[in-house]
Design a protein around this ligand. Structure first.
Ligand code: HGY
Ligand code: MN
Ligand code: MN
Length: 426
């Protein structure tokens, strides 16, 4: 069981007050913790009574009933913090601490939808951490130059029509095909409404996102802060392998054309091909289905998803070319399903994050994100940056996802300092 080790040693607090020129505002970590746990109960399926951790984890899929409850909770928390709360046509949620000086926004956000059986930090920490920074600034009568807008983008995790859905709609970085238009229509959202939103995209000066690393590096190197330099590109494919369905009893082994045996050879080939490519390329087969799916029938067809991630598109294309070799066209079909370009995040914003970590005397590491994020979409319309905090044992997209509260607090403090410095700059 995790003990909440809030690092309140007197030296830690004094250290902050000794920082020259930093009016130290103490984030309310207990309020953040309470909000994060409250949000985590929505969609949690487990026996734990004091924290939504473990067992079947948290399932809060975009546009589901659980998601609507989560949206309602976060909207109420934003109202309680005195923010102006509104939704755009696809269901993105915004809360703004208005400025009387300028109409541009500094946007700080992430997502509150989860993967099936996910954890309580992925996305939620970024939205509630953003809320905490804006709320604590407002409570300290901070006079913000820019509108400070907290965003909860809907559908960041993969939906039937791809991931980072809400933020791609918000930034207009999306071409909707017939199937996708119908996806929205089923939810009562008209296509014409989608490209309009309540904030003029040109008016977003910066975007910041606090997120768990979802990997092992920060914890392994005992470093509390990650400064994200770039976010990998994600290519998803629908793969179909064709064989010949036949009787499992009367078909001799040498006369079989077993689609599942062929698919398993192909999947092993994907692993080998990806491992042979230099650098950080990764490949995953996450979903597979054999048809007709009967115990006594040799599978005649197998469908599976293939996802590749890297900073370089060419490396992902190379894998596809290589795995096709040795298969006839009528037995292997690979269809593009989703592609999100990799991005390098804004260097000035990275410098601001580094300055904030330095001011607070926190070690940091510059790194690439192997996970996709809404910051990818936002980086297409504004200067965007991301701050990572460590994930316990690198686990994420799992009921065991965990970040120690002392690290959560450091991440929010760096976020707060970065917002303040961006708010002073032009
Ligand atoms: O899949 C991802 O990388 C993100 O967690 N949606
Ligand atoms: Mn996420
Ligand atoms: Mn995720």
């Amino acid at each position: 069981m995790h003990v909440y080790n809030i690092d309140l040693t007197i030296t830690n607090i004094l250290k902050k007050y000794h920082q020259k020129g930093v009016k130290y505002i103490e984030v309310n970590i207990n309020r953040l913790k309470e909000n994060l746990i409250k949000l985590g109960w929505i969609g949690y399926d487990g026996k734990n009574k004091n924290i939504p951790y473990g067992d079947e984890g948290i399932t809060r899929i975009a546009y589901s009933e659980e998601y609507d409850k989560a949206d309602e909770l976060v909207s109420k928390l934003m109202e309680k913090a005195g923010l102006e709360v509104y939704h755009d046509p696809v269901g993105n949620l915004f809360g703004t601490l208005c400025s009387d000086k300028r109409d541009e926004h500094i946007m700080i956000g992430s997502h509150i939808d989860t993967v099936p059986r996910g954890g309580m930090f992925d996305g939620s920490l970024g939205v509630l951490g953003a809320l905490e920074t804006v709320q604590i600034l407002s409570e300290n009568n901070y006079s913000n130059n820019y509108n400070l807008t907290v965003a909860a983008f809907i559908g960041e995790e993969g939906t039937e029509i791809g991931g980072t859905l809400g933020s791609r709609c918000f930034t207009g970085d999306i071409e909707l095909n017939k199937q996708e238009i119908n996806f929205f229509k089923d939810k009562g959202i008209n296509y014409e409404d989608i490209n309009f939103n309540s904030i003029d995209k040109k008016n977003i000066k910066n975007y910041l996102e606090l997120h768990i690393e979802q990997g092992k590096i920060l914890q392994k190197e005992n470093t509390p802060i990650g400064v994200v330099q770039g976010i990998v590109g994600i290519a998803r494919y629908k793969v179909t392998v064709i064989g010949e369905a036949n009787h499992a009893g009367t078909t001799p082994m040498e006369l079989r054309d077993d689609a599942l045996v062929k698919a398993s050879r192909l999947i092993t080939k994907v692993k080998k091909t990806v491992e042979d490519v230099e650098g950080g390329l990764v490949g995953t087969v996450g979903k597979i289905k054999a048809e007709p799916g009967a115990v006594n029938v040799i599978p005649g067809r197998v469908d599976f998803t293939l996802e590749l991630r890297d900073m370089e598109k060419e490396k992902m294309e190379l894998v596809i070319d290589k795995i096709k070799a040795g298969f006839a066209d009528n037995e292997l079909i690979i269809e593009d399903d989703f592609y999100e370009e990799s991005v390098y995040l804004n260097e000035q914003v990275q410098d601001e994050i580094i300055n904030s970590a330095d001011k607070l005397n926190y070690d940091y590491k510059e790194m690439i994100s192997g996970a996709g994020h809404d910051a990818n979409s936002l980086s297409k319309i504004t200067s965007a940056g991301m701050i990572f905090v460590p994930s316990n044992k690198g686990i994420s997209h799992s009921p065991e996802e965990w970040t120690d509260w002392v690290d959560v607090k450091k991440g929010i403090e760096v976020l707060l300092e970065t917002i303040k410095s961006l708010d002073k700059s032009n």
